[in-house]
Write a protein of this length. Sequence first.
Length: 339
Amino acid sequence: MNLRFYPYTINLKDEFSISVGSRTTTPAVMVEIDQDGITGYGEASLPPYLKEDQESISNFLKKLNISKFKFTVELDSILDSVDNLSADDNAAKAAVDIALHDLVGKIKNVPLYHYLNISKSENVFTSYTIGISDEKSLKKKIALASNYKFLKIKLGTENDKKNIEQINSITDQKLFVDVNQGWNDEHFALDMIYWLAEKKVVLVEQPLPKAKRKEAEWLNNKSPLPLIADEAVQTLNDIELIKNAYSGINIKLMKCGGIRQAYRMILKLRELNLKIMIGCMTETSCAITAASHLASLADWVDLDGAELIYNDIFTGCKIENGKLIIPESAGIGVEKIAN
């Protein structure tokens, strides 16, 4: 096997950059792994709150030697080798993991969900992220997303109630709200969640700072809505620590290290009777499509990352009327369309 990688900059659409602190780009590293004329594609997307950057990804990949393996029968051994190379570097590991799963699916000529023995659902709906802005712009954004079943709204400011009231006045769509650790007091958070429960809100993501585990457990026991951990959970090892503090977890390939680890997290969450959300960073269709193959196992899906950028270099998973159309082609089901 031959591994190649190159840096890439993901450009956010203007209307989305408003909702992420006016950030307009996300650095990334693209990975390609070849065997016998077949190429598997992978991606590491690196938003600011991840500790990794393009240099650390490159340094990790330079240390990786996968040429010694007979790929078709040693996927787990290869991924064990990748995982054991460092304690962190999860986005770098995810890029390699995605590329290897793409490659093995292509070699075996089956789509990834089939390789993982997942029964694909035809009714998986993703949310769409709406950046909060003035009322006129908000109406325009919601009109453009009118075919989505769920909208995802960022909260955690002094204008939270005003923003939700505005959205409710414009649309009857159900809402996911993501607080991004923005509420510091659990009593205030509980009052807000009771208020949100009357405002077409389905779930609340990461209401308190991730370090406030005891406060989150108190809040979870009293909340009328499911509380979903994001920043509070990165990998499989974190689940036991927060199992009483949240109703479920937002699993992201970039956080946990890729498809294999995400699948293991799903199994653990089911064992603990916790809810499953499959989410994403700002990513191209490469990583989004890889995650889409797990979506049938989730209670909620937030895989709109490729819809929020304008320089995607892959085609893959499609979204039609808010529904995920998971590719039937071999591997993860992406094609590269530009350099």
